[in-house]
Write a protein that binds this ligand. Structure first.
Ligand code: SF4
Length: 305
C-alpha cells in the first residue's frame, strides 16, 4: 500500500493542464502530529510514502518533520515529485541522507515548457528548471509530461532531457483529456523511437515500472488530507473531484479506523464509486481516447521489461 500526504493545495506554478484549484489550504502542525500518532496506532502495510501533485518543496519543513518522526515500525520508501524550482543543496543533502526518491516533473524542451507552465516571470523559472535538472541529474528522476499537444515533440524532448545527463525516466502522458487519432499515432511512434534508442544504447532506467496500477485512470492509495480526513484516492485534489469528497472520505485521523480497507468488497465498491464519478464527469470520447493512451503506455512498459 502507498500513503499520500496532501500538505497543501498550493503550488508556485500554474500549469495549464493542472486540475488542482490552488489555494492556501495547508495542513496544521497539530494535524501533522496527530497523523503520525494515527499511523503509529494503526497497522497498515505501507511500502511507499509519497508527496506530490501539489508543490512539495513549499512544505520542506513539514516533509522533514514527517520523515524524521515517521513511526519506525514502517520500513517504507519515500518519494517526492517536484517542479524543481524550490530545491536547494540543503534539501538535496536531506534527500540523500534519507534515501528519498526525488523526481522533477518537466515537459521540456524550453518551448514546450512555456506552452504549459504558466507563471508571471517565466524566464527566471525556466532557467532554474534547466539549471537544477542539470545540476542534480545524476541523483534525480524525471517525470516527462506528455500532453496531447506536445506529443509530436516527445522524442525530441526526451533527447533534450537525456542530454542534461538524466538517466531515470517516468513517462507521463496526460490523462483525462481527449487525444485525437493523429496525436495517438504520434505517441505510439515516439514511444517506439524511445524503445529503439534504449535497444541501441541501453543506458537509462524506466521508472514507470515502479508505478503500476491495477485500475486504469487512477490509483488506490491511503491519502491523508490537510483537513485531517482520510481518502483512498488523491483524485480529490482535482477540482472536479472536490465536490465528491463527502462520498469518498473513509475516515479521519482523530479516531480508530473503523472500516476495513483490506476487505475486497469494500474496495470493489470504492472503485465503483470512483468509476461512476469519472463516467459522470468526463465525456465518453475522452475516456475512450485515454484508454488508448493507457494501452500504448502499457505496451511500451511491457516491451521495455
Ligand atoms: S507544477 Fe504540478 S502541482 Fe504545480 S501547477 Fe504544475 S502540475 Fe500543478
Amino acid at each position: 500500500m502507498e500513503l499520500i500526504y496532501i500538505l497543501t493545495y498550493d503550488c508556485n506554478f500554474r500549469c495549464s493542464y493542472c486540475d488542482i484549484k490552488k489555494r492556501k489550504q495547508d495542513i496544521s502542525f497539530e494535524v501533522l502530529e496527530k497523523s503520525l500518532d494515527f499511523l503509529e496506532e494503526n497497522n497498515f502495510d505501507i511500502k511507499k510514502i509519497k508527496f506530490f501533485w501539489w508543490e512539495p518543496l513549499i512544505k520542506k519543513q513539514d516533509i522533514k518533520y514527517i520523515i524524521n518522526n515517521f513511526p519506525k515500525k514502517y520500513n517504507s520508501e519515500y518519494f517526492i515529485t517536484s517542479n524543481s524550482t524550490l530545491i536547494d543543496d540543503d534539501f538535496i543533502k536531506f534527500t540523500k541522507e534519507k534515501k528519498i526518491n526525488l523526481t522533477f516533473s518537466i515537459d521540456w524542451d524550453n518551448n514546450t515548457n512555456q506552452e504549459n507552465r504558466k507563471l508571471i516571470s517565466w524566464d527566471s523559472l525556466s532557467n532554474k528548471i534547466i539549471e537544477n535538472t542539470k545540476k542534480y541529474s545524476k541523483f534525480i528522476r524525471i517525470n516527462q509530461v506528455i500532453t496531447s499537444e506536445n506529443s509530436k515533440d516527445f522524442f525530441k524532448n526526451f533527447n533534450f532531457i537525456y542530454d542534461l545527463w538524466v538517466r531515470k525516466f517516468n513517462f507521463l502522458p496526460e490523462y483525462y483529456r481527449e487525444w485525437s487519432k493523429q496525436w495517438l499515432i504520434n505517441l505510439k511512434k515516439w514511444f517506439d523511437e524511445i524503445l529503439e534508442f534504449y535497444r541501441n544504447w541501453n543506458n537509462f532506467e524506466l521508472i514507470n515500472l515502479e508505478n503500476y496500477s491495477k485500475t486504469s485512470f487512477f490509483n488506490l492509495w491511503l491519502v491523508i488530507d490537510t483537513d485531517w480526513k482520510i481518502y483512498l484516492t488523491n483524485l480529490i485534489l482535482s477540482w472536479i473531484f472536490e465536490k465528491y469528497k463527502k462520498d469518498l472520505v473513509i475516515w479521519n485521523i482523530y479516531d480508530w479506523l473503523k472500516v476495513d480497507i483490506k476487505d475486497d468488497f469494500f474496495i470493489k465498491n470504492y472503485i465503483m464509486k470512483i468509476e461512476n464519478i469519472v463516467k459522470k464527469e468526463y465525456p465518453n470520447e475522452v475516456l475512450k481516447s485515454v484508454k488508448y493512451v493507457d494501452l500504448i503506455l502499457n505496451n511500451f512498459c511491457y516491451e521495455f521489461k
